[in-house]
Design a protein around this ligand. Structure first.
Ligand code: F6R
Length: 611
């Protein structure tokens, strides 16, 4: 949530920050702002997308070699110019940007109000900034010291970057719980919420750790902990190309990312799966294989689309490994008092690796003795670092706010883990193991074939774009795909949609069915197919419009459907990696047909670093 960018060096800061904010807009886009030092502290802010700010600033003198910028996803206070960041301290000396939530802001605010402070926004950020400002004035100390003292009182999550009118050669940043990457250039530094604003300038980056304060000058990067002890910055080389974060000729990132899936699934399998040799190599999993095999239970912890991947994995693990699996919403799991026994295995699934609920949930479980495996996309992210081991999904940067390619990559990784454990444990026989390896290896090719039917899905989108509601139904491995289809449609098209297990539909949602309700059945051939057909009959009998996702030659479904989408056949364990693709495309094209901004749906943000 919220994107932050900052620059210090010899170049013009404004164009670097502006471009960076556009790259980070997926993190929030209800307002944006920039602060520069140009004959004093200059702060510019505007409600709406970064383009609004850019337009507002046309023709202004924006010269400065230092600056901070922010794109916001509102937490405290409505989206507006005055709630936009950067905020300015009462003294006029500092401007600050912030990503995260200061949970005890009300108490800090009251203390400041008692001292006569007046606030100009509804944000927790302005409170923290004035708290720092107040400490600095009262102690007449270095701003770095004031930040350190202030942060010891702060409860919550934050990345902050402070620009000081009196120190045009220094930025101060700090992090707890929200991400901060610092790009190290020659006599310059770049700060951002992720590497995308940095990649075109330098590949050398430092990931700042929780409870660290960074003092950044053009030629110097000092890291200290809250105890004022120096820490050694650990420089990592970015393994990412600029092309990966550009649209590359597609109208939207979401479409580009849907179309990347043959490659991303392939990349995820590459170097791990060798169907000819009959092997899967995953060093992180190998290390904990004994513990996973002997675990009493595995708990999948995730949110949103990643949670749906966990649901598919539940079916797969139980089938192949005969281990009891539970799938938990991270936000519930972290606040319950869940029973965790030493030796329980938690699999945390996350694209961003920064989702606050998932991160805290695994930290709690870790402290109770659980083994944490991370299935994460963003390399070096907080969840990957908080895990004992795991496997990256290697899907590349996902920029469209709705998750697509990350989901199929998560399924690929989770399936490989289940195959490894099931085979080692002996609950999965050799013949079936080898057959599944072969089938998994063939998935990228099948996804490529499936993507050729895009025009048909575009036509369906036109036909159904004005529906008020949608119902998505599936059973077994395809039940989570129904949930995912409904989630994608809600996010991208703002059409109300519900996903249900197909049989559960008759316990309530069937009341919704009439001739105006499109009902999407995920009905690929599997052990549940006959049962799904019966459910289709029940919808048809009530005049619902049936759109079914089927395999070639499924005459029964064709006879009951108003429209069909054909996907290649696959083993039922692997079928979700195929059946979800039309769900993504349908949501995408309906969103486009309704004239919506599919890459930045309203109210959403890509990386949910608040609880
Ligand atoms: C849906 C979507 C969200 C995320 C959820 C978890 O399209 O993108 O539901 O899946 O916020 O995010 P990660 O996977 O980054 O933990």
């Amino acid at each position: 949530m919220c994107g932050i960018v900052a620059y210090i060096g010899q170049r013009e800061a404004y164009p670097i920050i502006l471009k960076g904010l556009k790259r980070l807009e997926y993190r929030g886009y209800d307002s944006a702002g920039i602060a520069l030092l140009n004959g004093g502290l200059k702060v510019y802010k505007k409600k709406g997308k970064v383009a609004n700010l850019e337009e507002e600033l046309q023709g202004k003198d924006l010269h400065s070699n230092i600056g901070i910028g922010h794109t916001r996803w509102a937490t405290h206070g409505e989206p507006s110019d005055r709630n936009a960041h950067p905020h300015t301290a009462a003294s006029g000396r500092f401007a600050m940007i912030h990503n995260g939530i200061i949970e005890n802001y009300a108490q800090l605010k009251q203390e400041l109000v008692n001292k006569g402070y007046v606030f100009h926004s509804d944000t927790d950020t302005e409170v923290l900034l004035n708290f720092i400002d107040d400490i600095q004035k009262n102690n007449n100390c270095e701003p770095e010291e004031a930040v350190r003292i202030a942060l010891k009182r702060v409860v919550g999550a934050y990345v902050i970057v402070l620009l000081d009118r009196e120190n045009p050669e220094t930025l101060i940043a700090a992090r707890k719980g929200s991400p901060l990457v610092i790009g190290v250039g020659k006599n310059e530094h770049f700060l951002a919420s992720d590497a995308s604003p940095i990649i075109e300038y330098t590949k050398e980056v430092v990931y700042v750790n929780d409870y660290e304060i960074a003092i950044i000058r053009p030629d110097e990067l000092i890291l200290k902990n809250l105890g004022n002890e120096r820490q050694t910055p650990f420089i990592t080389k970015l393994d990412m190309e600029l092309a990966a974060i550009e649209k590359g000729g597609y109208d939207h990132f979401m479409l580009k990312e849907i179309f990347e899936q043959p490659q991303t699934i392939y990349d995820c399998l590459r170097g791990r799966l060798d169907a000819t040799a009959g092997t899967i190599t995953m060093s992180g999993v190998e290390k904990y294989a004994e513990q996973i095999m002997n675990a009493n239970r595995i708990v999948m912890v995730a949110c949103g689309t990643s949670w749906h991947a966990g649901l598919v994995a539940e079916y797969i693990f139980e089938e192949l490994c005969r281990i009891n699996v539970e799938v938990e919403y991270a936000s519930e799991f972290r606040y319950r008092n869940p029973v965790i026994n030493p030796g329980d295995v938690i699999i945390a699934i996350s694209q961003s690796g920064e989702t606050a609920d998932t991160l805290v949930a695994i930290e709690n479980a870790k402290s109770k003795g659980a083994i944490i495996l991370g299935v994460v996309n963003v390399v070096g992210s907080s969840i990957s670092r908080a895990s004992h081991a795991g496997a990256y999904t290697h899907a590349g940067p996902e920029i469209g706010v709705a998750s697509t390619k990350a989901f199929t990559a998560q399924l690929a990784v989770l399936t490989m883990i289940a195959l490894t454990i099931g085979y080692k444990k002996g609950t999965l026989g050799q013949q079936r193991y080898l057959q599944l390896l072969k089938e998994l290896e063939a998935i990228p090719e099948k996804v490529a074939t499936l993507l050729q039917s895009v025009d048909q899905i575009k036509n369906l989108a036109e036909k159904y774009k004005d529906a008020q509601d949608f119902l998505y139904l599936g059973r077994g491995y395809n039940f989570p795909v129904a949930l995912e289809g409904a989630l994608k449609l809600k996010e991208i098209s703002y059409i109300h949609a519900e996903g249900y297990p197909a049989a559960e539909m008759k316990h309530g949602p069937i009341a919704l069915v009439d001739e105006s309700l499109p009902v999407v059945f995920i009905a690929t051939k599997d052990s549940y197919h006959e049962k799904v057909i019966s459910n289709m009959q029940e919808i048809k009998a009530r005049k619902g419009m049936v759109i079914s996702v089927i395999n070639e030659g499924d005459e029964q479904s064709i006879a009951l459907s108003n429209d069909v989408i054909v996907v290649p056949e696959a083993d039922e364990i692997l079928a979700p990696m195929l059946s979800v693709i039309p769900m993504q495309l349908l949501a995408y094209y309906i969103g486009v047909a309704r004239g919506l901004d599919v890459d930045k749906p309203r109210n959403l943000a890509k990386s949910v670093t608040v609880e």
